[in-house]
Structures are given as C-alpha cells and as structure tokens.
Design a binder for this molecule. Structure first.
Ligand code: SRM
Ligand code: SF4
Length: 573
C-alpha cells in the first residue's frame, strides 16, 4: 500500500455515502444555479457535469452575475443501440429541457447540453422512463461499453452486442443513490444495507473504458481503451473468443511529460463465456493497484506501464483463477464508418448517416434533426450510434426502405455520403462553449479547416481518399486525435498542436509535427504535404504511413516516447 496522500476525490467518494453527498439538498437550493464543489464531482457518477456557457462569461462578469450555469447529461447507450422510441424521446427531451441539439459522442452515447439545475431531476426521470439511464455515464467507474455497430455484418455482431450489454449491466454501480435522488426511490434506512460488491466504497481510482471490436473494423478504436476485446471468428463464421487488450488511453496534459496517450497491449485470449468475468477481474486489478494519489497518473494505462503488461497478465490470471490463452492473429483495416446503404445477409438494409461533429441539429439549410425525428416515427428497426459520431438507421425492412429513402431525400440527408472522404473521416470533440477544459475550438472549427483542405484535395485528386482527421480543444483527447492520421489539439485560443502519422486503422499513435500553430496557418502547413502525398504515394499507401516514410514524423512506438518530438523541436529552436 502506498503511503502517498490520497487525491481529494478519494475523500469525496469516501464521505459521499455511496455517491449521495448533498446532491439532493443542492438541487433544492434555488439561490444558485450551481452545486457545491464536492457534489459537482459526485454528480458525474450520476451521468451529469456542471458546466457554464463560456461564450457568456465576459458579459456575465461585466454585469456581476454568476456564471450561466447549466448541466450536461450523458445518456448511456451500451453498444450504441437505441430504439426509435428512445430516439424520439431523446429528441423531445433535448427540445424541452436542453439546448435543442443532441450530441452523438465518440463513445456511442447521447449528450444533452444546457439543462438548468431546476430541470435536472425531471430530465433524468424522463430519460429513465425511456428505458435508458445516465448512471455511470461519467465518474470513476466503468463507462458506456462500446462495440462495433455493424448490424449488417453477420450474426457475430449480435453476439458481440449482447456481450457488451452484459458487461455494461455487470459493471453498473449498485448504489441506490441514483434511484433515491433522481427517481424518488425509497431511502435506505442505513448505509450498511448498501452494497457495492465490485467497486467498494471508493469506486475506481479513475474512469474506466471497455470496448469490443470485430475485425477488420476497428471503428471503436480499441487501442484507446482501458480494456478491449477483439472478436476472433473462425473460418465457419463462428465466434470462438476474444483477444484481450489492456492499457489504452488518450488523455495528456500540455507540458507534463508524465502524461501521455498510450495504445493498449494485447495480452491474451478468452472464450465468449469468460468475457464478463475477465472484464470484472481487470476492473478489480485497477481498483486494487491503480494510483489513488495522483489523478493525473491514475488511469489504468499508467498501472499497466508502471507494472508492465506481463505483471498485469499474471495478476489477472491470479484473480481469475485460470490463465488467459495466447492471443490469436487478427487484422484491422480501418477505424472509419461505411456510409450510405448496405444490405445484410437476411435482406435488411442499414443506412449510415454522416453527422458532422456528432451534432444533431436543425439549420434552415439542413433540417437533419427534424428529418431523423420523422424517420424515427415510422422506423421499425433501430438506430446505432457509431464511435465516429455518426448514426446508422439500422435494420430497415425492404418494405420500409422506400419510405425512409423518401424522408432522407426530403430533409437533404440522402447525399450526406457525397461529402469528401476527409470530411467523412473527421471527428471533433465538443469543446467550446460548454466544455470547461477547452483551450481552443473544435466542433465549431473543424468544419472550416476541412473546407480549406478540401480545396487542396480537389486540386490534387484526393477527394475520395479517406484520411482520418480529428480535432480536440485540449489534450484530453476526447476525439482520439492521437491515433488519427491528422490530429489537431488545442493549445490556446486559435492555436493548435498538429500531429501526423497515426495509423489508418487506429493501430499507431501519431507524433507531434508542429507545435502551437496559428489556426490560419493550418492549410499552408498541410497543403504541400497533401500535394506530395498525391504525387508520391505508393499503391494503397495511407496518408499516415506516407508521412512517416517521407520523414515528416517518426512513428511513435508507445506512449512514453510521445513527447520526444516536442523536446527535439525545443532543441532546434
Ligand atoms: Fe472526454 C473530460 C467530452 C470521449 C478523455 N470529456 C471530458 C469532459 C466531461 C470535460 C470535463 O471533464 O469537464 C467533456 C465534456 C464536454 C462537453 O461539453 O460535453 C468530455 N469525452 C467527451 C465527449 C462528449 C467528446 C465528444 O465530442 O464526443 C465524449 C463522450 C464519450 C462518452 O459518451 O462517454 C468523450 N473523452 C472521450 C475519449 C474517447 C474515448 O473514450 O474513446 C477520451 C480519450 C480516451 C481516454 O479516456 O483516454 C476522453 N475526457 C477525456 C479526459 C482525459 C482523461 C485522462 O486520461 O486524463 C477528460 C478529462 C478528465 O477526465 O480529467 C475528459
Ligand atoms: Fe473538452 Fe478537451 Fe474533451 Fe474537447 S478534448 S471535450 S476540449 S476535455
């Protein structure tokens, strides 16, 4: 046991009586739109963040008003599957209580922004009435479990989705606090009756993320997750088990070399029957050995690096009481989505719609939110949220396809796949104005950057070539920019670090190419590289591979050498 002083959040969790804190009292206090500092930490476990509109800060300050506080709610959608009814209700709730938009997140969840404190309880209640919930969407627990949302690709996907949902259920916190506070559930007489068998009183040292992928698609970016499973399918199309990968993560802090993005290591193989058990035991290893003193060092990736993947495997085998088998071969070819219509083996259709920045909203020119609502009203299949912030209108019967096609056309969505392959391969995190950690724009700015680069792409004939491009407003990496072929990471207003060389299938970290680039200089910086790529690329060579071969950056082998370029740059200047 370490004798280092525990992080403040550990005390908050311990004192919280299984995540109750004084949230209920804080909600009743009408003198402020905010909650107490401790409750702001605890409310994350319930799926909400206190935020304020950062665009309004200067004006509020000038008029000596408290910040324009509101809450973001994250709705868990295990495996990204939502029914038409759930879509319609999310849409209604977004209009009635939030800012009239729905954010599709990089972890296949819904986010609603701008909910004021007095509406928070009712909003969470109404979300629960749709058979969705928000517990453990955030906080130091296992988060929304992701899996490939590809209903068209065989029955293996159905099995994988079931596994994702089982893991999610198994690792959901058991505290009754959620029901008490939000759903007017009966209050427990004594906290001794409370049980949190997996997590214990202090939950995990930090957030924990799990995903499952079915090769060759890595659209859930398994290497960025704490724990991942790679489905292994035999030549009869039967799921035989999963490779187990541990220790991925993106978050880092500018100027702090002890923090870095890291790719997960594949450490073994388990059978389909073992997947929930393996998930639980990996969580227990992190619960028992993760760093609870320094929250910047408490993600599972640092536990894996501190002890080494072999030690983690040995500890996991000990917790399991049996040993993982050796990993099986697998190949990933892409981490992108496949757009437009596809037909599956049983004659159902699936339409993947590009949603720029994951933001479902209406504009005069493009009433996408209304269009999706109208589709949800008649759709008898489901919706699948992708980890690339898009949505699949899935399991459309041949009977309904014409009707849905007509609606796609009516609302201008039928040509979403005709955008440049660069745009279709883009991800932007939320960033400003709601994210309290943002240093620069992302969701509101990436479309402009792409537009400028599209001019170059058109000129050099790269319009249809997929290059993954991702922007985040800070180095926490919510849009996974450190594994894209082009990545922008906010440093300050209108300034970005530019990363190049990530693997096209999310299998390799990128490397810092230029630090602190003015937004206006992005196109002049990247256009010559794209032009050269168009001329000099080899057959089938992806942009991320080309920039390494051409010497723009050196491939990053693992997270620890991630800051090397920054140091080299600093020495040069
Ligand atoms: Fe994230 C914190 C948004 C996926 C790494 N993330 C935040 C917060 C809650 C800001 C905060 O703590 O105050 C952001 C809320 C912004 C807002 O206004 O809504 C936020 N993260 C998001 C979303 C919505 C981005 C998006 O545009 O889609 C994604 C929600 C996912 C979900 O449904 O659960 C989101 N965040 C990610 C991912 C990608 C992933 O999981 O595949 C990562 C990188 C992977 C990883 O975890 O390493 C990620 N978010 C972080 C971090 C860095 C953690 C770390 O290891 O240091 C933070 C900051 C923190 O936790 O202290 C953070
Ligand atoms: Fe906010 Fe940074 Fe995450 Fe973007 S990457 S949503 S700016 S925490």
């Amino acid at each position: 046991m370490s004798d280092k002083k525990l992080a403040a959040n550990e005390g908050i969790k311990t004192r919280s009586n299984y995540l109750r804190g004084t949230i209920a009292e804080g909600l009743a206090d009408l003198s402020t739109g905010s909650l107490s500092e401790d409750d702001q930490q605890l409310i994350k476990f319930h799926g909400s963040y206190q935020q304020d509109d950062r665009d309004l800060r200067p004006d509020r300050r000038k008029h000596r008003l408290e910040k324009a506080y509101s809450f973001m709610i994250r709705i868990r959608v295990p495996g990204g599957v939502a029914t038409p009814h759930q879509w319609l209700e999310t849409d209604r709730i977004a209009e009635q209580f939030a800012n009239g938009t729905i954010k599709l997140t990089t972890r296949q969840a819904f986010q609603l922004h701008g909910i004021i404190k007095t509406n928070l309880k009712r909003t969470i209640q109404e979300i629960n009435q749709t058979a969705m919930d928000t517990i453990a969407a955030c906080g130091d627990v296992n988060r929304n479990v992701m899996c490939n949302p590809n209903p068209h690709l065989s029955s293996v996907h159905a099995e994988v989705l079931k596994a994702a949902q089982e893991i999610s259920d198994h690792l959901t916190p058991q505290t009754k606090a959620y029901h008490e506070i939000w759903l007017d559930g009966e209050k427990l007489e004594s906290s001794e009756a409370e049980q949190e068998p997996i997590y214990g009183k202090t939950y995990l040292p930090r957030k924990f993320k799990i995903t499952i992928a079915v090769p060759p698609s890595n659209d859930v970016d398994i290497f960025a997750n704490c724990l991942s499973f790679i489905a292994i399918v035999d030549h009869h199309g039967k799921l035989v088990g999963y490779n187990v990968a541990v220790g991925g993560g993106m978050g880092s802090t500018h100027g702090n070399d002890a923090t870095y993005p890291r790719l997960a290591d594949v450490i073994g193989f388990c059978t389909p029957e073992q997947i929930v058990d393996v998930s639980e035991k990996v969580v227990l290893v992190q619960r028992d050995f993760g760093d609870r003193a320094d929250r910047k060092h408490s993600r599972f990736k640092y536990t894996v690096d501190d002890h080494g993947p072999d030690w983690i495997l040995a500890k996991l085998n000990e917790y399991l009481g049996y040993a993982l088998e050796p990993a099986s071969p697998y190949v990933f070819t892409t981490n992108g989505d496949r757009f437009c219509w596809v037909e599956d083996e049983v004659g159902n259709y699936h339409y993947t719609l590009f949603v720029e920045g994951g933001r479902v909203l209406d504009t005069e020119a493009y009433p996408m939110r209304t269009g999706l609502r109208e589709i949800a009203k008649i759709h008898d299949g489901d919706f699948r949220l992708t980890a690339n912030q898009n949505v699949i209108i899935a399991n459309v019967s041949s009977k309904k396809r014409a009707e849905i096609e007509a609606l796609l056309e009516k609302y201008g969505m039928h040509r979403s796949h005709e955008r440049s392959a660069l745009r279709l391969s883009s991800i932007a995190c939320v960033s400003l104005p709601t994210c309290g950690l943002a240093l620069a724009e992302a969701e509101r700015y990436l479309p402009d950057v792409v537009e400028k680069l599209e001019e170059t792409l058109e000129n050099v004939g790269l319009r249809h070539d997929s290059i993954t491009i991702r922007m985040t407003g800070c180095p926490n990496g919510c849009g996974r920019p450190f594994i894209s072929e082009i990545g922008f990471v906010g440093r300050g207003p209108d300034r970005y670090n530019v990363y190049l060389g990530g693997g096209h299938a999310g299998q390799r970290l990128s490397k810092l190419y230029r630090q602190d680039v003015d937004a206006a200089d992005i196109q002049p910086l990247l256009s010559p590289i794209l032009e050269r790529y168009a001329k000099e690329r080899e057959q089938g060579e992806h942009f991320g591979d080309f920039v390494i071969r051409a010497g723009y950056v050196v491939a990053t082998v693992q997270g620890k050498d991630f800051h090397q370029n920054i140091k080299e740059e600093a020495l040069k200047n």
